[in-house]
Write a protein of this length. Structure first.
Length: 432
């Protein structure tokens, strides 16, 4: 039983990849159906024509760099070795005349005769447009990412969990002094730089994120610089996972927040000292925001009014603690100070926890920012009750004295007027 002869021409025609066959003189001998579809042409219209002519006119024109194509053809002919041209650009024309770019990967395979001479050149053309565009997009993304990593003030890092490689931008070396090389580009080096007291909690936190299928996290810890000092860093990162939820990479940005944390601690210490001082002095100390709403009172105020800072508001201060007779002019003075931004000064009576009213001198100044805008008001209330009551008593006695003098004056004039007239009429030196 003999085998059926193989119809190679039929097999060539049904190959899914576009193929064409060239003679040694580079004229087109044959092309399969896939190549006809790629060129948008009929087979009889191109068979027998030079391949350079076929690619120069028609629905497909190219490649964009013909010298590479010509050199590959010549080398395949002379050296009789395969040639591969990656991503050759061709211009395709649609039936409506619209032009668009496509990329072909072209492989030339010499077919040598038994005598050793070149018989054919088999050319396979693959449309690799999608792959090229993905590569171009990836290259653009990589270049953009690199530029962003250079422009930012953060240490950008990328940890490949499969290989263990840890990439960082140049700022890592600038901020912390460590060189960027193979010895520092791994998790072990990073772990060795984390403060020993911070590592257990940090490691547990990262493990919990991995187990919970989280996609983002942030942490603060101390990182050793190359000179042995410690920097406080704030680390924010994202976890990239595959379709099954397994972590593949971690991408993050690290900031050196040492100066900011030192400033916060110094500010906290300053506020603590201010509060101690404010609670020590005998005055009632308070502050409001720019709109005049109370945001702070010291311990002395709470002791005097028996109110807490949470319960005491600006309205409570002016409307409930003030003496009813003092409310109108006190509110007017305060609103005028808020409008003008000038010194606030006013005397009024405040009700104590014993429900007794005492006189206070209230004074406040605005605190402005760099732009000159008022951000807060700081004020004090000084107890002047004794002085005020003494002043009022003195004023009352003075008023009484004036009243008495005013009542007695007509009588005094009637009693003494003749004598005064006689005294003024006599010529003796002993007269009154």
């Amino acid at each position: 039983m003999t085998a059926d002869p193989v119809d190679f021409e039929l097999l060539f025609d049904v190959l899914p990849s576009p193929h064409l066959v060239l003679r040694p003189d580079l004229t087109l001998l044959a092309l399969n159906d896939a190549m006809c579809r790629l060129l948008s042409c009929e087979r009889p219209a191109v068979v027998g024509r030079p391949i350079a002519e076929v690619f120069a006119v028609g629905a497909v024109v190219g490649p964009a760099q013909p010298q590479d194509w010509q050199e590959a053809l010549e080398q395949a002919k002379e050296q009789q070795v395969p040639q591969v041209l990656e991503a050759q650009q061709f211009i395709h024309s649609a039936p409506d005349g619209t032009e668009f770019l496509r990329y072909w990967q072209m492989t030339l395979q010499p077919v040598v005769a038994a005598t050793g001479g070149l018989r054919y050149l088999l050319c396979r053309c693959l449309d690799v447009t999608d792959q090229v565009r993905l590569q171009q997009q990836g290259k653009f993304n990589y270049e953009s990412f690199t530029l962003l990593a250079r422009a930012t003030h953060d240490v950008i890092w990328d940890h490949d969990l499969r290989t263990g490689h840890l990439w960082r931008n140049e700022l890592f070396s600038s901020l912390f002094g460590h060189p960027i090389n193979s010895e520092t580009s791994n998790r072990a080096f990073w772990q060795s730089c984390v403060h020993p007291n911070d590592w257990p909690a940090l490691e547990q936190y990262i493990h919990s994120l991995m187990a919970e299928a989280a996609v983002a996290g942030n942490a603060e810890y101390r990182l050793r610089r190359a000179d042995g000092t410690w920097a406080e860093v704030a680390d924010r990162f994202y976890i990239v996972r595959d379709d099954k939820g397994q972590p593949l990479r971690m991408l993050g940005a690290m900031q050196d927040v040492t100066q900011a944390r030192d400033t916060e601690r110094a500010l906290h210490q300053s506020l603590t000292q201010f509060q101690l001082l404010a609670d020590f002095v005998p005055q009632l100390i308070w502050s409001t925001n720019a709109q005049g709403q109370l945001i702070y009172i010291n311990q002395r105020w709470q002791e005097y009014t028996d109110e807490t800072a949470e319960l005491l508001s600006a309205d409570d201060l002016w409307l409930h603690q003030l003496h009813p007779d003092d409310r109108l002019h006190t509110q007017q003075r305060w609103q005028e100070a808020l409008r003008s931004g000038q010194l606030y000064e006013c005397e009024y009576r405040l009700r104590s926890r014993l429900r007794q009213y005492q006189w206070f001198l209230a004074q406040a100044l605005p605190v402005r920012n760099a732009a000159g805008e008022i951000e807060q008001w700081f004020g004090t209330c000084t107890n002047i009750d004794e002085q005020k009551r003494a002043q009022l008593l003195l004023a009352e006695k003075d008023q009484q004295l004036q009243y008495i003098v005013g009542k007695c004056r007509p009588c005094w004039l009637r009693c003494w007027a003749p004598t005064m007239w006689w005294a003024s009429s006599t010529t003796t030196s002993t007269a009154f």
